[in-house]
Write a protein that binds this ligand. Structure first.
Ligand SMILES: [Zn+2]
Length: 95
């Protein structure tokens, strides 16, 4: 079950982001989705496995979703560890 959520993750939670929402300059507002069962994914750059209950997308991707594009077909870029009010940072490489 996936639900659009106005709630946001708490500090330290792992968040998946669309390619337009990576890095320090986040689009505003971000649109949040919460997965009851954590989504499991493979990071393209190192094939490591990640999982997250959260997906945040930019306004343009949210419009695509509202027009019928499935979430899994949106351009998901990477996962980051959410830091609350501070800018999110890239998750460190797993070693
Ligand atoms: Zn986007």
């Amino acid at each position: 079950m996936t639900a659009f959520s106005k709630k946001q993750p708490t500090r330290g939670e792992n968040v998946m982001l669309c390619t337009h929402s990576l890095g320090d300059n986040k689009p505003s507002p971000l649109h949040w989705f919460y997965f009851d069962n954590a989504a499991v994914f493979v990071r393209p750059h190192d094939s490591s496995i990640g999982e997250s209950h959260w997906l945040a997308v930019c306004p343009e991707c949210f419009v695509l979703f509202q027009m019928g594009t499935p979430l899994e077909q949106l351009p998901i870029g990477a996962d980051e560890v959410w830091l609350g009010d501070e800018p999110a940072i890239l998750k460190p490489e797993m070693s």
